[in-house]
Design a protein around this ligand. Structure first.
Ligand code: HPA
Length: 265
């Protein structure tokens, strides 16, 4: 198994191409939560892991993603910085389809997910600080990378995480807007929180694929979300590549001081 991989990409809907890397090989990483398939390769000399959140054939819906296994597998490889991609619907008129948002907060409306590595007993009890749920340093790198590439980007935004897999009702979207949500998606929780429990820096490239239900003039389909992500795939790839170039693999950050997994579980 490859170790000493410091940077990982968790690719969401519409981003399936690990071929930004050279010397790509497929690996299966065993964790106490299940086995995880991912690719490991190099980008400009940096070892990089690439994982499809929903598998390559999009066969795993958001509520059934094995978030704990995915994060534990990255920890086992030695990953310190995770860049995730996420297709999102927009509740905020200034966050338009095709825009990137480097979200800084979330509202958690998930219902039935394993939220922690720490289930009491031998694994202990951990109450995680979530003042800054997404790594400010990685978000800044992503923002500068997107500026350098001339993309439309927002430095912050509040991601509403729903349980899915259905889209929302217009009444729910109205409620999320009143609560301060900007974007809606189905995967950032518990991925972001588990990454913090594992002491890894984590940031999300949220890309708006549609206006949310009741704001969009049309009914939503999964296909339009996928099509929009594929259309913008090249931009997402460029953004990831630029950010990876700028991430210092040995950087220390307060995210990495959170209590948590050692990687040898
Ligand atoms: N709702 C939830 N998740 C999404 C959406 C949406 O409108 N668009 C992309 N992912």
């Amino acid at each position: 198994m490859a170790v000493d991989v410091r940077i990982a990409v968790i690719a969401g809907t519409g981003v399936y191409d690990p071929n930004i890397m050279t010397n790509v090989r497929d690996e299966t990483v065993n964790t106490p939560y299940g086995d995880v398939q991912l690719s490991v390769g190099n980008y400009r000399g940096k070892p990089l892991a690439f994982m499809n959140r929903h598998r390559e054939d999009h066969s795993v819906p958001p509520h059934l993603v094995n978030y704990r296994a995915n994060i534990a597998a990255l920890k086992k490889l030695g990953v310190k910085s995770v860049i995730a991609t996420a297709a999102v619907g927009s509740l905020n008129p200034s966050m338009q389809p095709g825009h990137f948002i480097f979200v800084d907060q979330f509202l958690d409306f998930t219902k039935a997910r394993q939220q922690t590595f720490f289930e009491g007993g031998a694994s202990g009890v951990v109450h995680l600080d979530m003042t800054e749920p997404y790594c400010p340093e990685l978000r800044e790198i992503l923002l500068q990378a997107s500026k350098s590439l001339g993309f439309s980007a927002h430095p912050a935004g509040t991601y509403v995480c729903t349980e899915g897999p259905r889209f929302e009702t217009p009444a729910e979207i109205k409620m999320y807007r009143l609560l301060g949500g900007d974007l809606v998606g189905m995967t950032s929780v518990p991925e972001a929180t588990l990454a913090r429990e594992a002491g890894m820096c984590y940031a999300t490239i949220a890309m708006v694929t549609n206006y949310a239900a009741g704001i969009s003039p049309t009914r939503l389909t999964h296909q339009e979300v996928v099509d929009m992500m594929l259309q913008n795939g090249e931009n997402i790839r460029k953004l990831i590549m630029q950010a990876v170039t700028w991430i210092d693999v040995d950087r220390a950050c307060r995210c990495q001081r959170a209590p948590g997994l050692t990687g040898s579980e």
